[in-house]
Ligand binder design. Structure first.
Ligand code: DC
Length: 646
């Protein structure tokens, strides 16, 4: 699947059980592997990054078993250094596996190679290697100096003393050193050079090391002492908290989409810094409630979300969610102190700026900050995700503006949250669609327009689009069976609907597209697959709050397969020809009945026989035969099906 079209949403509410935290899952796996004894892990995250760590442990001789589908694992600890002394490990784009394994293996006395995907080889690791070399580790760069892939060879480790590590690029270097240090057996002092970023992630490391029996003394965030004789011991059972970064999308959905949205799996006592995202939402007006193991968010009681200017260094991952929330505030928003975004799964500052602009936002990109000015209205866009799970997840929130959004390469969410889109859909309230399909002149146009008016919904006359394509193609001198040329024209069709008028290149063509010649042309171009494809997104863009009545041939089957109400509206060919005859006479156009009946039958046959989106009643559509009905009766039928009072 190369893209996913997310429908526009009119709100969000519900409860979500979060998947396990990636940061905790991969730390716990490594600690359990290095510990004495057997550890039973509950709620381990099922995702690509965790699979990379599990594969690596396998290759390094650590025995583990998956006990059930719910994320229960048993790890047989090696009680010190990793047992297998030769290994070529592929770690994908999993920073939480790559960095800590580098440190643990550098002190394990073996021959190893560590590599990843191309992007992993662009993510710096020099600060960690420099730290490990101070202990005597033998680590070489196979490609570019300072970046993976790495080659590790056995070395004389000189344990103890002071190790200095830079803290400004990634806190994972410090995390990796801290976790590996008990392998040396002697007291080691680690000093951070420069400002330590993302401190809450180091707090997760320290909390988990303590669960495995190693208590690190800390002097502020500048120095850490791992005591002599420190050894990891299994705590027996350990539960992985829900992922607080993943929680951010759902909490934001509650803030933007009304709510309440509740996430279960993190709460007041969480060891994850990203729970502070809830404070950021509260500071811009959202209503937050926190329990022991849940957090709930709803929209501000009055007014909307307020523009913000926030230092987000402590929640770099969840901060991405705020960049999209910015679209829903009342002014320019500044996200400060986020330089670490540049060395994550992608250059997230550049990626975020480029994609927010596609939605219409005005974005200023700084070295370590982003300023986002929300657009008056969010535009439909196809969002590129840069192999970055968080880009994909963040941008799903844009659908809460009532606009459809296309997510390219959606499977990148497998890195941390394989079920993300289904879970997101479970709290989203989609903008309702009433799909009315049926043959020409069945009366569906009039019925659809009346229903739309009664409900205050938007109205899409998709037949008019095909008619416009036929007219524009004829005017441009194209042969109507020249598929690539007609499709190109359809993609850029300069047509607008304004009030009751239909404009093509500024000309009012309301009457021209109703002429019989144009009907015939429309049916021809509508049979071309590339033309239909070219009009798909344009049609879906009509789905906007509070709702849409869409009429055509393939509304229920192709354009809005998730429409809540589907009607197949028809009438006998004779009745339809008679209706068209009257219409034409009213407009002062020439018409003859036998010809019209024949045309009607020919067109029905062509629309039903074509290979793409043939005209037929869907299994889940209600049949409405208007042969013996007047318009009011037909309108009442549709309103009744939509659950509205006729
Ligand atoms: O509904 P109408 O008569 O205005 O449609 C004009 C032509 O366009 C008709 O031949 C069928 C085709 N059409 C289509 O193929 N798919 C749609 N969704 C709407 C119309």
């Amino acid at each position: 699947m190369d893209h996913l079209d997310l429908p526009p949403l009119s709100g969000a509410a519900g409860t979500v059980r979060l998947p396990g935290s990636k940061s905790i899952s991969n730390r716990v796996l490594l600690l359990a592997a290095l510990a004495e004894g057997v550890t039973e892990i509950h709620d381990l995250l099922a995702s690509d990054d965790v699979d990379r760590m599990l594969d690596a442990l396998d290759a390094l001789g650590v025995r583990w078993e998956s006990l059930d589908e719910a994320g229960r694992f048993r790890v047989h600890g090696a009680g010190g250094a990793l047992p297998v002394k030769h290994g070529d490990l592929f770690l994908g784009n999993a920073g939480t596996a790559f960095r800590p394994l580098t440190a643990a293996l550098a002190l394990s006395g073996g021959h190893y190679r560590l590599s990843g995907v191309a992007r992993m080889h662009e993510r710096p690791i020099g600060d960690l290697v420099d730290g490990l070399r101070q202990l005597g580790a033998n680590i070489g760069y196979q490609g570019v100096e300072g970046y993976p892939p790495l080659v590790i060879e056995p070395a004389e480790i000189r344990p103890g003393g002071v190790v200095r590590v830079r803290g400004e690029v990634s806190s994972q270097f410090l995390t990796a050193l801290l976790m590996a240090m008990p392998l040396t057996g002697v007291e080691t002092r680690i000093e951070v050079v420069g400002e330590l970023i993302s401190k809450p992630y180091v707090a997760i490391t320290l909390a988990l090391m303590a669960r495995f029996g190693v208590v690190v003394a800390r002097e502020g965030w500048q120095a850490f002492v791992v005591p002599a004789g420190a050894r990891y011991r299994s705590p027996g059972d350990i539960h992985v908290e829900g992922d607080a970064s993943s929680a951010s999308y759902f909490l934001a959905a509650g803030a933007v989409g009304g709510g309440p949205v509740r996430v279960e799996g993190v709460g007041r006592d969480s060891i994850q810094g990203d729970v502070r995202f809830a404070d950021a939402l509260a500071s811009i007006g959202a209503q937050i409630e926190i329990g022991d193991n849940w957090i709930e968010c709803r929209a501000p009681e009055a007014g909307g979300l307020r523009a913000f200017d926030l230092d987000l260094n402590h929640i770099p991952d969840a901060a991405m969610t705020l960049a999209v929330v910015a679209l829903f505030t009342d002014g320019a928003c500044r996200l400060r102190n986020i330089a670490s975004w540049r060395v994550k799964e992608t250059d997230r500052i550049a990626a975020m700026a480029a994609e927010l602009r596609k939605l219409g936002a005005q974005v200023d990109e700084g070295d370590d900050q982003l300023v986002v000015v929300p657009p008056p209205a969010i535009r439909h866009a196809a969002i590129d995700t840069y192999d970055d799970h968080r880009m994909a997840m963040c941008f799903s929130l844009a659908t809460l503006a009532g606009t459809a959004v296309r997510i390219n390469d959606p499977k990148c969410v497998n890195k941390t949250f394989p079920d993300y889109f289904a879970t997101f859909a479970s709290v989203g309230r989609s903008v309702p669609v009433i799909a009315i399909d049926g043959p020409s002149a069945s009366g569906k146009g009039t019925v659809a327009a009346r229903v739309a008016e009664r409900l205050g919904y938007h109205h899409l006359d998709s037949g008019a689009l095909y008619r416009l394509v036929a007219l524009a193609a004829t005017r441009a001198g194209l042969a109507l069976d020249d598929e690539p040329a007609v499709a190109a024209l359809a993609r850029a069709l300069p047509a607008r609907f304004e009030g009751g008028r239909v404009l093509l290149d500024g000309d009012d063509v309301g009457d021209a597209i109703r002429a019989e010649a144009c009907s015939v042309g429309a049916s021809q171009v509508a049979a071309l697959p590339a033309v239909r494809e070219a009009l798909v997104l344009r049609q879906r863009a009509y789905r906007q709050a509070p709702g849409l009545v869409a009429e055509g041939r393939d509304m229920a089957s192709t354009i809005f397969p998730d429409a809540g109400v589907k009607i197949y509206l028809t009438a006998s060919a004779e009745i339809r020809a008679e209706r068209r005859y009257k219409q034409l006479l009213e407009k002062g156009m020439a018409a003859n009945m036998p010809g019209l009946i024949q045309d009607m039958r020919d067109r029905d046959a062509r629309d039903a026989a074509r290979s793409v989106a043939p005209l037929r009643q869907q299994d889940d559509a209600l049949l409405l035969d208007t042969s013996a009905m007047d318009i009011d009766q037909a309108v009442d039928f549709v309103l009744d099906a939509a659950g509205a009072a006729p």
